[in-house]
Write a protein that binds this ligand. Structure first.
Ligand code: FMN
Ligand code: ADP
Length: 311
């Protein structure tokens, strides 16, 4: 997949473009449908599938105070879009100038740069200054300018409408299993192992510590059954997200005790998949109480793996 970080004229080089339009935070199952349809219709046309999206959330420019936490990083978004088989990703910054484009100017920009044959959007796609452009306007303009617009129907899971807003709420409420259903994959965070208070080894439960990137939606403080990927190996683990209130500790972080593992992991890149919420973070009166609770947490996590991983 070719990734372009600024608006580029593609129409001359690629005569039959299909373009999926959207912010696509999370690349959830609804987004995946829209993007996959673009890939399919490009194949039918013997053309080129393009995703046109922004590298920053439009609200970060329109109303920064209302800009939501992001479900995934930009790098992960690019990787997920690539996996869907897209040919070209236009991942361009949403700027103050872009904000001022009217709906018809935005359509004109698409025509001038891409001249698409087919446009794919979700049902709640609005565009142009003050979100004046509607899916219907795109359809009508297509009749005039020679493109078709496909509005993908709303995707539901058990009567729940899939949306980035709902997924963010689920993640920050610790409902990671429900969020995974709407994302089509587990809630995943990545980081490098940093040094902590070196207390874990004394408790008998060493934990890799990961910092929390600002701006990302992180599961609410608590204990979770997780899977980890370190280099090419997969492990089961038990994570605590929080501030270690038992020890009047410092900043919020993610820590994971890896089951059946020993070794030095400082500095390693780690991927953590949050599978299931086990309990909330608590303040214990002493480290013995915390230790015996962690032993119970591990039993709960193992039960979870046995049922979910078929072991
Ligand atoms: C499964 C698990 C559950 C935990 N639950 C709590 C908790 O409820 N309250 C708390 O204060 N700390 C909790 N912790 C965090 C421990 O306090 C922390 O791992 C320990 O202090 C070691 O910190 P260190 O890695 O900085 O050395 C938990 C850790 C694990 C691995
Ligand atoms: N099973 C394990 N799970 C997590 N980390 C482990 C494990 N075994 C060894 N380690 C190592 O021990 C370190 C954690 O020990 P800990 O005493 O908690 O120190 P810190 O406070 O620096 O995290 C990890 O960074 C890793 O290098």
């Amino acid at each position: 997949m070719e990734v372009l970080n600024q608006m580029t004229t593609l129409k001359d080089q690629y005569p039959r473009i299909t373009v999926a339009l959207g912010t696509f935070d999370g690349v959830h199952i609804g987004h995946q449908k829209v993007i996959s349809r673009s890939v399919e219709s490009a194949k039918q046309l013997d053309g080129t599938s393009v995703v046109f999206t922004f590298s920053n959330h439009p609200l970060s420019i329109i109303a920064p105070e209302r800009c939501p936490l992001q479900i995934i990083t930009q790098d992960d978004k690019v990787e997920l879009i690539e996996k869907l088989g897209v040919n070209i990703l236009l991942n361009i910054p949403f700027t103050a100038e872009f904000l001022k484009l009217s709906a018809s100017q935005f359509i004109r920009l698409l025509l001038d740069q891409l001249n698409p044959k087919h446009i794919l959007i979700g049902p709640n796609y609005f565009f142009g200054y003050k979100r004046c452009g509607t899916p219907e306007l795109l359809q009508k303009s297509g009749l005039q300018y020679g493109f078709t617009t496909e509005i993908n129907p709303t995707v539901y899971v058990d009567d729940v409408m899939v949306s980035s807003t709902l997924i963010r709420q689920m993640i920050t409420a610790g409902q990671v299993d429900q969020a995974a259903t709407l994302l089509g994959r587990p809630v995943t965070l990545k980081g490098r192992v940093i040094h902590g208070a070196k207390r874990g080894r004394l408790l008998g439960y060493p934990t890799i510590n990961l910092g929390i990137a600002s701006g990302l939606a992180v599961p609410q403080n608590g204990v979770y059954a997780v899977e980890l990927i370190i280099q090419d190996d997969q492990y089961n683990g038990i994570a605590n997200v929080g501030t270690n209130p038992t020890f009047h500790d410092i900043g919020r972080r993610i820590e994971v005790h890896i089951l059946d593992f020993s070794g030095d992991l400082y500095g390693e890149a780690v991927t953590v998949r949050f599978l299931n919420h086990i309990r909330n973070e608590q303040t214990f009166s002493n480290s013995e109480e915390l230790k015996s609770q962690i032993a119970k947490d591990i039993v709960a996590a193992q039960k979870y793996y046995q049922t979910s991983q078929g072991k």
